[in-house]
Design a protein around this ligand. Sequence first.
Ligand SMILES: [Mg+2]
Length: 263
Amino acid sequence: MLQPLANLDATVLRRVRGVIFDVDDTITRRGRVEAVAYEALWQLADAGLILIAVTGRPLGWTDVLAHLWPVQLAVGENGAGWTWLESGRVREGYFQNTEDQQSASEALARVRMRVEREMPHVEVSGDHRARRCDLAFDVAEHARLSADDVEALRRIITNEGLRCSISSVHAHAVPGEWNKAVGVVRAARSALSLDLESERDRWLFIGDSANDEPAFDFFPLNVGVANVRSQLARMASHPTWVTEADRGQGFAEMATRLLETRA
Ligand SMILES: [Mg+2]
C-alpha cells in the first residue's frame, strides 16, 4: 500500500542528510529535466543537503552530471561506477576490478550477439557508446517492445548468466553484483567517505521504476513519484510513500515537503 507523501513524519524528514535520486521519469519528462525539478535540486543543495544522482544511464553521462549539476556524486549504469569532483577535478570509481571488467565485457558481447541473431528487431540503447560496464536495450525510449519481447530479452540475458534490470526505458544486461542500492553505498563510501549503511534512515531515496527496487528496499525513507503506479505490476517491492504529482513535478513536491520541515 502506497502512503501519500504528506503522511511522512516531519521529525523524520528533519533528520535527513541527503537525497538520492533517480533521473529518468523521476526528474525528467519525455527525456528532459523539468524546470521545477532542476530548481528543486538547487533549493535542496542550497539548504545544505547532499545530493546523489543514481541512474541506469551511462558512466559517460555521469561525468557530465557530476560537472554540471549541484550533486556531490553521480552513480551510473545502475551502480556499476560513479563520478565525483575533487577540488574541481573529475574522479571515477568502479564496482568491479579490472579483471572482472574484462570477463564481463566478454559476457556482454555474447548477449549482444544472441539478441542480434534471435531478436533482430531489438536495438541497443541510443546512449550505448557512452557505456563502460553494462549493455542496455531500448524497450520504451524510442522503441515500443511488447511485454512478451521484454520477457524474451530478459530470458536471453539471464540464460547467459547475467542479471537483468529494467527501467522505464531500457532493459540492462548486468554482468556483476551491483544494483542501485549497493552501488550507491559503495560509491558514497569510496568517494565521499560517507557510511550510508549505518545511517540509512537519514537518506531519502526517490525513484519511479523497477531498477529502483533495490533502493526502495534498502532506504527506509523511500518515495516514488506518482508515475511509479504504472510500473508496480512489474515490481516485487514497492515504495512506501508516493507523491501526488508525477515525474519532475513529483520530485519538486518531495523537495518542498523536505524543505518545509527545516524552515
Ligand atoms: Mg527512472
